[in-house]
Design a protein around this ligand. Structure first.
Ligand code: SF4
Length: 337
């Protein structure tokens, strides 16, 4: 899964990614050239192919995005529109390798971060993933971090030996969209996973040396579900103790099944004060030392950043202040998503 993170259309992705990576790689290239005393060249003019909209977590903004799968194998969560128009498939290994070759041509060997998309790239058979990881390292010897989206089911389907092999081959972190720790919410959104499965997946990743970045979504339980969603989500994070956790705020597009539930009056979107209340409850129940926490997605009303548990009192003060002064990100801004 994916968190409903950042979307880039094919056109803007190509130009933005090309420009960002070119600028980035030029800087790395200059530094490397200076250190080694040798020259370097970053060529232009080759465009790799992307299929449909491409999503990535905010922290992968400077990464080379490689579509290992197209779409999401689950594709049923009622709030999610991201891959609705894509028929899920695993791309052919040769095609992915060709993309990596073109990127090497385009950006040179200095790429340092690679992100495997689409929705749940971890579903790809382990042998293929191992070959791809090796190929990334061969093409980009300076690569420091390779990450991917994955679902709890993908993790549980793989053996510990397979996950350890992936970690040793350089896969560093899995972005896991938990959405909620409350089974009632997970059932209502057709997540297809239980909180116990998500926790088991997070604990398994940790045992196997892979980092986890867990995403939750504020507002998914509706007004009546605020407390259960907040408290159970905190319990889920406590049980997983992931390296990273973030909360997005529910933001729907017209065509998603959940938007239609709202139109029919079957559920409601929370107002900013209620979202803050839910986040406060969540923070008050957290005990997950060392987890880096963020609410820095474009959908969030209040931007928070800190580390559990020591920063919780400050984060609570920030929420209180935002509520008192009604200092929330404007809806018009959020609608740019
Ligand atoms: S698992 Fe659910 S939220 Fe994640 S990409 Fe698939 S349909 Fe969307």
């Amino acid at each position: 899964m994916t968190d409903a993170s950042s979307v880039l259309s094919e056109k803007s992705l190509l130009s933005l990614q090309q420009e960002a990576l070119l600028a980035y790689n030029r800087a790395v290239c200059r530094r490397t050239a200076k250190q080694s005393g040798k020259g370097c060249k970053v060529s232009r003019g080759i465009f790799m192919r992307y299929e449909g909209d491409v999503y990535r977590p905010p922290s992968e903004a400077r990464s080379l995005i490689i579509q290992v799968t197209i779409g999401c194998s689950h594709n049923q969560c009622t709030f999610c529109h991201m891959y609705a128009d894509k028929q899920f498939r695993i791309r052919k290994k040769e095609e992915i390798m060709q993309d990596l070759d073109e990127c090497r041509e385009m950006y040179g060997p200095w790429v340092q971060r690679v992100f495997f998309a689409d929705g749940d790239a971890l579903i790809v058979p382990t042998d293929t993933l191992l070959e791809l990881l090796q190929y990334v390292h061969r093409n980009f010897p300076a690569v420091e971090r390779i990450t991917s989206y994955g679902t709890a089911k993908d993790v549980l389907r793989k053996s510990e030996e397979e996950l350890r092999a992936l970690s040793e081959a350089g896969l560093q972190m899995i972005y896991l969209g938990a959405e909620s720790g409350d089974d009632a919410v997970l059932r209502a959104i057709c997540k297809g996973e239980t909180a116990a499965e998500i926790i088991a997946a997070g604990q398994k990743l940790k045992r196997c040396g892979l980092k986890t970045s867990v995403t939750l979504i504020s507002g998914l339980g509706g007004r009546k579900g605020i407390e259960a969603h907040a408290v159970r989500s905190a319990e889920l994070i406590n049980a997983m103790n992931p390296e990273y956790a973030s909360i997005l705020t529910l933001h729907l597009t017209e065509n998603s099944p959940m938007a239609q539930e709202i139109a029919r009056g079957e559920r409601e979107l929370l107002v900013p004060d209620e979202i803050v209340l839910e986040t406060e409850l969540f923070l008050k129940h957290i005990d997950s030392p060392g987890t880096v926490f963020r609410t820095n997605h474009a959908s969030n009303y209040v931007v928070l950043a800190g580390t559990f548990n020591e920063d919780i009192p400050r984060l609570l003060r920030q929420l209180e202040e935002a509520k008192e002064k009604q200092r929330y990100r404007l809806e018009a801004w959020r609608r740019r998503l």
